[in-house]
Design a protein around this ligand. Structure first.
Ligand code: ADP
Ligand code: ASP
Ligand code: MG
Length: 403
């Protein structure tokens, strides 16, 4: 008998009608003879509402208390789905993070799952029960409720697949699978039947929120194949698995974009050994991640301009740290918030020359200026003006034959 994890995202449990529909899917799976662990997200929009509520109390709302509140979103959908399954005559039961428990480590709002107790749930499954578990939440070793980062129910599903050693992990969502780009923004996007962990990891880290990146990372680390599929159609979804089994005929697999970045420029800083370290060390020590860095050639041999990108949420803190840093003498520190990061991803890039220039030429044809660039073996990202995002994604999708 197969043991499966089925994860239902926010839209899939976004209304009572949808919860009843998800219950029918579960009923069918049960008829096929599977043992089922169900992971649910909060009803769509609920987590945002809770965050907004906290902000209306304080802009600096206590993170421990925020986790207590955020965990209620998944608690509600868990109980509604279990109740709906009970109504269909199915022996279903929900468990909260502390009842299992789902142990986490790390800071509030951004913890990681480290272990779960499997005994109670395995016994329940043995007796034909369906276990319904909340995504996104856990409990710390000190007994505090935690959450594991936005979109974290995907990571809960993958952790359960690993810890309970299930035969499959299926992510039910509001699109048919992983597409060459966001199908809700670019209707010409094509569904991808199979994709490697590496490519999926790049796409999700670069903005394709259909799978949360840390979930993909865990799946890759433990070789847990994933399937992304629609709650609302029967169409075949996307398989995410080990790249050994893939062909590389396509140079670019997908185009992703995100609007979470900001660009900072330090004008005319001294061009001498150690200056980059002096700039970035205090930022790093304050948990600020730097993504792209550009250092211009010094025209006078004495000073240079350094541009880099940080997460938009970190911009104020970054500027404060830079302005306080008396090791750097810069003529001017400027920043730009309204930028977007556009990325092309494809395992085939490794063996195909000329992808970089083709991307840059295409953007130039659209009169889009590139503000920063970064590359890895299987991706190229550029920072551009935010207002040109869709134009850039459409153009790249087209010239790399993804339409
Ligand atoms: P869930 O609530 O089920 O976790 P999400 O909203 O987190 O769903 O993720 C699904 C959404 O991801 C889709 O509705 C789609 O708009 C978006 N998306 C972004 N990039 C892609 C992509 N490359 N393929 C599929 N969906 C994508
Ligand atoms: N409810 C959480 C969020 O909106 C987790 C999830 O949906 O995966 O981020
Ligand atoms: Mg999601």
């Amino acid at each position: 008998m197969k043991k499966k994890v089925l994860k239902f995202g926010g839209t899939s449990v976004g209304s009572i009608e949808r919860i009843l529909h998800a219950a029918k899917i579960i009923q069918n799976e049960l008829k096929n003879g599977s043992k089922l662990i169900i992971v649910v997200s909060a009803m769509s929009g609920r987590t945002n509402e809770l965050i907004d509520m906290s902000k209306s109390v304080s802009n600096n709302f206590n993170k421990r208390e925020l986790d207590v509140m955020l965990s209620t979103g998944e608690q509600v959908s868990c109980s509604l789905l279990s109740g709906a399954l009970n109504d269909l005559g199915i022996n279903a039961k929900s468990w909260m993070n502390w009842q299992i428990p789902i142990l986490t480590e790390g800071e509030h709002n951004n913890s990681r799952i480290i272990n779960m107790n499997v005994d109670k749930i395995n016994n329940f499954l043995k007796d034909g029960g369906v276990a319904v578990i909340p995504g996104y939440q856990g409990i710390s070793t000190t007994g505090d409720i935690t959450t594991i980062g936005r979109g974290g129910s995907d990571a809960t599903a993958v952790a359960i697949a690993k810890i309970f050693d299930t035969d499959s992990c299926e992510i039910y969502t509001d699109v048919d699978g992983v597409y060459s780009t966001d199908p809700n923004k670019i209707p010409l996007a094509k569904k991808i039947d199979k994709i490697s962990y590496e490519e999926m990891l790049e796409l999700s880290s670069l903005g394709a929120k259909v799978m949360q990146s840390s979930a993909v990372q865990t799946a890759m680390m433990y070789d847990i194949p994933l399937q992304v599929r629609s709650t609302f159609t029967d169409r075949l979804g996307t398989k995410i698995f080990n790249k050994e089994s893939l062909d590389y005929s396509k140079v670019v697999t997908g185009v992703a974009y995100s609007k979470d970045d900001a660009k900072i420029t330090l004008q005319s800083v001294e061009d001498k050994p150690g200056i980059a370290a002096d700039i970035f060390e205090p930022l790093g020590k304050n948990q600020i991640n730097i993504d792209m860095v550009i250092q211009n050639v010094s025209s006078d041999g004495k000073t240079t301009d350094i541009t880099f990108t940080v997460k938009r949420n970190d911009i104020e803190k970054s500027l404060e740290i830079l302005n306080k840093n008396n090791k750097i003498k810069s003529k001017n520190i400027s920043f730009k918030n309204n930028v977007a990061k556009i990325s092309i991803v494809g395992a085939g890039m490794v063996t195909t020359p000329g992808v970089t220039y083709k991307m840059f030429r295409a953007l130039a044809e659209e009169k889009i200026n590139i503000l920063a660039i970064s590359t890895s073996e299987i991706k190229i990202s550029v920072i551009i003006e935010e207002s040109s995002t869709l134009k850039a994604v459409k153009k790249l999708h087209n010239i790399f034959n993804l339409d």
